[in-house]
Design a binder for this molecule. Structure first.
Ligand SMILES: [Zn+2]
Length: 402
């Protein structure tokens, strides 16, 4: 990869690195309201120096406490906003940052104070070039992405309703001599299978019983086999509880049956399985739930039991070939023009910011804009400072086109 210093003034790069060290030294683990508030304050100060006024709204988190959500808006726009999203919390409390060559070893350096420092660097670079911020520029920095994410989800959903595009400042990944951007994220649908068979004595009336255990196990095996390797859908059975109705329906009271001889002589009549399916296109989610329901009917007929599948909570996917595709392509081209090779992740696991958009089929989103490193969520977390330089240039270039 080419010398990034050709594209980025040394002074801007140095300032961003210094800021990143400061942000990492500031401890802001999720749930530490004071720490996260200090982060919001420090960010607001830096954004203020760059001519951006901030508002801090207090939102109630999963634990009932109030946490800050930082909001900055650039030049007003008549149309929809350009939403940039990041989080201020980290998994671990901070330990002192350390520099090792081009690596900054620090808590949250990668996930994702690096992305916040990148943004501040990009603002400096645009100012140095005399470029204006895009119309409707809006930064949303949330306090709880690393834990429950209830605030993150709520505010990202709310703001994305007014967005024309969403840029997520979470880190990309290093891939040999290239780095990645994230275009696709799987969605998920949770489901529950309920099976009722017929209880009977396994010694006296074995053939009269209809085993819910056997039917549910059969269903689970066949359900998991509907998974398709690569970018296809996956079916996961997270839990299967089966036994007599007495045992399954009052598990809390009767769990101590496990490992004893009691009720082993019963053809068991009750089973409940909980799980989820994950998929990249919304239509795939609907299709796989329909297949699982059909499988429940088939297994019910074969085992002579009752079996019903219920689809439960759902999180929409971000289709890598959806509305964000053109924006991702533009970022890849802008990087290439600077001698920086970006690859596209079409299938990143885990639920994150892009899944929280009000309508993932309508708003363009590009994720993984932040600098790369390794060791996320560990004491060995580090950030590649050359990647920080490259990504500052990329973000400034991208913002200049929006
Ligand atoms: Zn993160």
């Amino acid at each position: 990869m080419t010398a990034d210093r050709e594209n980025l003034p040394g002074e801007t790069a140095g300032r961003a690195r210094q800021l990143l060290v400061e942000l990492c030294a500031l401890s802001s683990p999720t749930g530490d309201a004071n720490g996260v508030r200090a982060m919001a304050g420090r960010l607001a100060e830096e954004l203020g120096r760059r001519g951006l006024a901030c508002e801090t709204e207090l939102e109630r988190g999963a634990d009932g406490a109030l946490y800050p959500v930082l909001l900055t808006r650039g030049p007003a726009a008549d149309g929809r906003c350009l939403l940039l999203v990041g989080h201020m919390d980290t998994v671990l409390p901070a330990s002192p940052p350390r520099l090792d060559g081009d690596r900054l070893i620090a808590t949250g350096a990668l996930d994702m104070k690096g992305g916040l420092a990148m943004l501040l660097g990009a603002l400096d670079l645009m100012a140095a070039r005399g470029q204006a911020l895009p119309a409707g520029f809006t930064l949303l920095a949330v306090p709880d992405e690393e834990a429950s994410g209830v605030i993150s989800e709520r505010v990202v959903r709310r703001w994305s309703e007014r967005a024309r595009a969403v840029l997520v400042l979470e880190p990309g990944e290093a891939r040999g001599d290239a780095e990645t951007l994230v275009a696709g994220r799987r969605g998920l649908t949770e489901w529950q299978l309920q099976v009722t068979g017929r209880a009977s004595h396994s010694g006296l009336a074995y053939w009269e019983g209809r085993s819910a255990v056997a039917a549910a196990a059969d269903w689970c095996l066949r359900a998991q086999r509907l998974s398709v390797p690569g970018s296809g859908r996956t079916v996961n059975v997270g839990r299967l509880v089966a036994g007599t109705a007495d045992f399954v329906d009052r598990l809390a009271e009767n769990h101590d049956l496990l490992g004893t001889s009691r009720q082993r002589n019963v053809i068991a009549d009750r089973a409940v399985a909980d799980g989820e399916v994950r998929y990249l296109a919304g239509s795939e989610g609907t299709a796989v739930i329909a297949e699982l329901s059909a499988l429940a009917r088939q297994v019910a007929a074969e085992h002579e039991v009752e079996a019903t599948l219920t689809a439960e909570a759902s999180v929409p996917p971000v289709d890598p070939h959806g509305p964000g595709e053109a924006l991702v392509r533009r970022a890849v081209e802008l990087a290439a023009a600077r001698g920086f090779r970006l690859e596209v992740e079409t299938d990143r696991g885990g639920i994150s910011f892009p899944n929280y958009l009000a309508d993932t089929t309508k708003v363009a989103v590009v994720d993984g804009l932040g600098p790369v490193g390794s060791g996320m969520h560990t004491r060995d977390e580090w950030l590649d400072l050359r990647s920080l330089d490259r990504r500052i240039v990329l973000l400034a270039d991208l913002l200049a086109t929006l």
